[in-house]
Each structure stands twice: as structure tokens, then as C-alpha cells.
Design a protein around this ligand. Structure first.
Ligand SMILES: Nc1ncnc2c1ncn2[C@@H]1O[C@H](COP(=O)(O)OP(=O)(O)OP(=O)(O)O)[C@@H](O)[C@H]1O
Ligand SMILES: [Mg+2]
Length: 541
């Protein structure tokens, strides 16, 4: 009987021979023959091997976007791999609080589905051909491999894969760090490789619970958002792109930006804060739109300022004239800003197309939100229903809003000072931002009563200021009216005088005419008399 050492020697020499033959085949056989050998080798193995293998590449052919299926499967496996795999990769997870574990490269784990056993493994290949490129590129191609017995083919391809992709997508949404994006200024040719959006982790604490506004109105907004986020089938049925426009308007400090953060937190969406002045052309708007992900808010704040496009150009021209004319030393930073603004050729129609043109239907589940302090300044075409489907007014703080702020800032539901505050707040126009500032404790152990008294003081001051302002305005109005009346009087006097003058001139003219006529008649009569006399004289001669 052969000893253990002899067996190992036998295996070793067989392996060495196989490797030698393989090296010979790789080196000396022409590609075509090698191709056929490999093809038939896989066929033979396929007959003998009862297992089927499916690969999922990390990137598609264009290598631009990570494949959705890969990301979903990775998330699904990561939920299991921490218990099943032996070599794991660690990444920082949501809110930078927990560690997310996933399978390391070239690791394998098993999964079970309806009593079937399957094997998942991760692999990567490295491309040996080095391209000469100005930009560093990664040559590694990762992929996930699924292996299962061929008798389960139907159930795996029809049920299992759909199941894990659905599950994985849910996990991706649950685990993902939400991001706040802003568009990069267009830097022309040199920036063409640069990503269009930059991002930071979105970490805003605002929720609907702590937004101070009428509870009925708030509930209406929440219902609208829920209906939208669950409306995939409905939008498909009515033939509408799955997107919705919100217009938030109201005075400064009434919670428009806070509302955006609350919506993003409520729906678990990313936020794309679009700075229109940094967009050069309408076509760039389209590119930016394509680069946004699904489940996101696209926000344009203070749209009245960004959109006054014709006004903006006029203003620039006026600025140019001013600067050029008086020989001031130009501020280079301002000049650059101005240059950038001048370069922006985004038009109203470009923006309208961005909101609801054909391109806006690429992807889905997007909310487009505009904010403005001056809704009346906006072009009606921009905010018509269908573009801005829901108009939400955020206004001065009422008593209901105050109660929410008191709960947020002081953690109280009731206090005896609520009564005077109720009367004052209904009579005053104070923004929630100002109410919140008054309520904010100024010491660590701030007494709620002190804060409420601060607010009462603030409200009384605001009321007094409003009264003085109203009085001044009334006075100004009165003076204006008086001035207008005086001007009217002067005008009417002038008109009268002018009329008098005219009629006098007319009378003088008539009189003059009359006297001239009279004189003429007189002259004529003298003349004729003269003639007569002459005649008489002549006759008497
Ligand atoms: N309705 C509100 N509920 C709770 N807090 C609010 C509300 N409105 C304003 N605040 C507070 O006031 C601050 C300013 O509010 P916010 O930035 O949302 O106002 P805005 O309407 O966006 O103002 P602007 O028009 O100047 O951009 C916020 O930090 C928030 O704490
Ligand atoms: Mg704001």
C-alpha cells in the first residue's frame, strides 16, 4: 500500500503537469484554438457539473453607475454575512453610529430559501492592460457569484432573485446615509470629468412634529406626502411622471427651509439643493436632472431671486455702466461673481422644461420644491398646477404654532401665561423664528416662566412697534394725500388761470377783431366818405 508521502508526491506531480500543459497551451496555442478548447472544456464540465452559476457585476458596461441589482444583493447578503461569513469587511454605517459588515473579497457563504441551499461568493478581476489616462481609473471589477443546483433553476430565477432584490432595496433605503447635494459650478472644459453634484451627509434634525403651524394644514401636507410616496401604480395608471411640485411661500423666518428638511426626513429622501446661478445653460439643467437619484427632493430656494433672469441681465448691464463710468477700483471677487452670473443663460422656458419636460420623467419619486418670499413676483406659468401642484403658505406664528414651539423649546404643554400670550400673539405678526428665539432659554437651567415672560415682552414690543409703524404709515399716507390734494388744488388753480387767460385772450382777440373791424369800417366809411366828399368836391368843382 502506498504511503501518505507517495500519495502527496503523486498529487503534486499531477498538478505540476497540469500547470505545465496549461502554461504551454496559454503561450503557444493560437487564440482561436484556445477559444474552442475552453468552450468544449466548459461544455464537458457542464455535463458533469450539476450546478448553475449566475454572476452580478458591480458596474454595467459603461462603468458609470453601480448596478442596482449588485447594490441590493450586497445589502441583502450583508444582513446575513455577519453571522455566516468568516472574512468580513467593515464600513461606517448610517449616522456614523454603527459598523456595517459585509463579505470580504473571495469569501463564500451559504443561504437557504424554501429548503434549498445556495452559495454566494464575492470575487474580483483586475484588468492587466494599462490604459494611458490623464485621470486615475480603477481596473478592479468586482462581481457576486450565485451557485445553486440546476433542479432549482426555475424557482431561483423566478422567485428567489426577485425576493432578495426587493429585500435588499428595502435594506439599502434603511441603511443609507442620506445626502445633501449641491451643484458644482460649471468649470468648462477642465471640469468635464468632474461630478456635477457634490454632497455632504444630510443630518438635519427637523421633523413635522416640531414645525410650528396649523395642525390641520400640517396633517394635510403629511397625507399628501404619504399619498405621493405610495403612488407608483397610481401615477403609472393615470399616465403621469411620478413627481410632484411644492411651492413654499411666506415671509422670512416662517419655516420654509425647515419644512424642506422635515419633508426629507419624513420621506427618507436625499436633497439636491440646486443653485441656479451656477448653472450655465439650459442643457446643463438637463444633465443635472439626469444625475439625480430617485427618491429625492430637488430644491430651488428663493426662486424669485434666481429666476429674475431678464431683470438679472438688466441689472448687470446697469452695474457695468456704473463701474465703467466712474473709474472705481474693481473688486476681483465681485467681478468673478458677476462674470459667473453673466454667464448663466438659464431661461424661464429652460426651467419649465426642467420641471415638467420629457427629461423630468427619467427616474421617479421626485419632489421639486421652490421657496419664495414673494409669490406674487413669480411667473404664473412657473407655478401653475401640474408644475407646482401644491402651494403651501407658511405664515406668522399663531397660538397653535406657539404651543408647538413651547413644547419643543420649554417642554411644557400649558402655563398660566399662555392666556396673555394667546391674546398678544393673535394681535401681532411675529414669525415662528422670532417666537422661537424669545422662547429659547438663555441659561442652561432656564426657567420656562422667564422665557414666556421674555416672549410676552417681545410680543408687546412687536405690537408697539407695529402700532408706531402703522401710525407713521397712516401719517405718511395722510401727508401724501394732503400733498396730492394740494397738488390737485394748485393744478386746478393753474388750469383755471390758464382757462381764464385763454378766455381773456379770446375776448381780447374778439375785441381787437371788433375794434379792428370797427376801425376798418370807420376807415372804409371815411374812405368812402372821402370818396363821397371827393365826389362832391369833384361835382362841386
Ligand atoms: N414654522 C416653524 N416651526 C419651527 N421652527 C421654525 C419655524 N419657522 C422658523 N423656525 C425656526 O426659525 C429658523 C429659521 O427658519 P427657516 O430658515 O426655516 O425660515 P425660512 O422661511 O426658510 O426663511 P427665509 O425665507 O429667510 O429663507 C429655523 O432655524 C427654525 O428653528
Ligand atoms: Mg429659507
Amino acid at each position: 500500500m502506498a504511503s501518505m508521502a507517495e500519495i502527496w508526491t503523486g498529487i503534486g506531480s499531477t498538478l505540476a503537469s497540469i500547470m505545465f500543459v496549461n502554461a504551454l497551451v496559454q503561450q503557444y496555442l493560437p487564440y482561436n484554438i484556445r477559444f474552442y478548447i475552453e468552450k468544449y472544456f466548459h461544455k464537458v464540465i457542464g455535463f458533469a457539473n450539476p450546478y448553475i452559476q449566475i454572476s452580478f457585476n458591480e458596474y454595467g458596461v459603461d462603468r458609470l453607475k453601480r448596478c442596482e441589482a449588485y447594490t441590493a444583493i450586497e445589502a441583502y447578503l450583508s444582513s446575513k454575512s455577519s453571522k455566516l461569513a468568516k472574512r468580513l469587511k467593515a464600513q461606517i454605517g448610517k449616522d456614523s453610529k454603527n459598523i456595517v459588515l459585509s463579505m470580504d473579497d473571495h469569501e463564500e457563504m451559504t443561504d437557504e430559501f424554501q429548503g434549498m441551499k445556495l452559495w454566494w461568493s464575492t470575487s474580483k478581476t483586475t484588468n492587466k492592460s494599462q490604459q494611458i489616462s490623464f485621470y486615475p481609473t480603477s481596473d478592479e471589477k468586482r462581481f457576486l457569484k450565485l451557485k445553486f443546483h440546476r433542479k432549482y433553476r426555475d424557482i431561483i430565477t423566478e422567485v428567489y432573485l426577485n425576493h432578495i432584490i426587493e429585500k435588499g432595496k428595502e435594506l439599502v433605503v434603511e441603511n443609507r446615509q442620506r445626502k445633501l447635494y449641491t451643484n458644482n459650478p460649471n468649470t468648462g472644459y477642465y471640469g468635464y470629468k468632474k461630478s456635477l453634484w457634490s454632497h455632504v451627509v444630510f443630518d438635519h434634525p427637523a421633523t413635522f412634529k416640531n414645525i410650528a403651524m396649523d395642525p390641520v394644514k400640517k396633517q394635510e401636507i403629511i397625507d399628501d406626502l404619504v399619498t405621493f410616496s405610495k403612488g407608483k401604480e397610481y401615477y403609472a395608471k393615470v399616465g403621469k411622471a411620478w413627481k410632484r411640485g411644492y411651492l413654499l411661500y411666506g415671509p422670512p423666518g416662517t419655516g420654509k427651509s425647515t419644512m424642506i428638511a422635515a419633508i426629507a426626513n419624513f420621506l427618507n429622501y436625499d436633497v439636491y439643493d440646486l443653485e441656479l446661478t451656477a448653472v450655465k445653460e439650459n442643457s446643463d439643467l438637463r444633465k443635472l436632472l439626469i444625475e439625480t437619484s430617485n427618491k429625492c427632493l430637488i430644491v430651488i430656494e428663493d426662486i424669485d431671486c434666481s429666476l429674475d433672469l431678464t431683470g438679472q441681465r438688466k441689472k448687470n448691464k446697469a452695474d457695468d455702466d456704473k463701474n465703467g463710468g466712474n473709474g472705481e477700483v474693481k473688486n476681483p471677487v465681485k467681478e468673478k461673481e458677476k462674470e459667473e452670473r453673466k454667464e448663466s443663460k438659464v431661461t424661464l422656458s429652460g426651467l419649465l422644461n426642467f420641471i415638467d419636460g420629457l427629461w423630468s420623467a427619467c427616474g421617479g419619486e421626485r419632489l421639486i420644491i421652490f421657496t419664495t418670499n414673494y409669490v406674487e413676483k413669480l411667473d404664473p406659468a412657473l407655478i401653475r398646477r401640474g408644475r407646482m401642484d401644491k402651494h403651501i403658505e407658511l405664515s406668522y406664528c399663531g397660538f397653535e404654532g406657539f404651543k408647538i414651539l413651547a413644547k419643543n423649546y420649554l417642554d411644557i404643554d400649558y402655563h398660566e401665561l399662555f392666556e396673555p400670550i394667546k391674546c398678544l400673539i393673535e394681535e401681532t405678526q411675529m414669525t415662528p423664528a422670532d417666537v422661537a428665539e424669545n422662547l429659547m432659554p438663555k441659561t442652561i437651567n432656564g426657567d420656562p416662566e422667564i422665557c414666556l415672560n421674555n416672549l410676552i415682552e417681545g410680543l408687546e414690543k412687536a405690537k408697539e412697534d407695529a402700532r408706531v409703524k402703522a401710525e407713521e404709515e397712516a401719517k405718511e399716507k395722510e401727508m401724501e394725500m394732503k400733498k396730492q390734494e394740494e397738488e390737485k388744488e394748485v393744478q386746478s388753480k393753474q388750469d383755471e388761470a390758464a382757462k381764464d387767460n385763454e378766455s381773456k385772450t379770446a375776448t381780447d382777440d374778439t375785441e381787437e377783431c371788433d375794434s379792428t373791424a370797427k376801425e376798418k369800417t370807420k376807415d372804409e366809411s371815411i374812405h368812402s366818405n372821402g370818396k363821397e366828399c371827393n365826389g362832391k368836391l369833384e361835382n362841386g368843382k
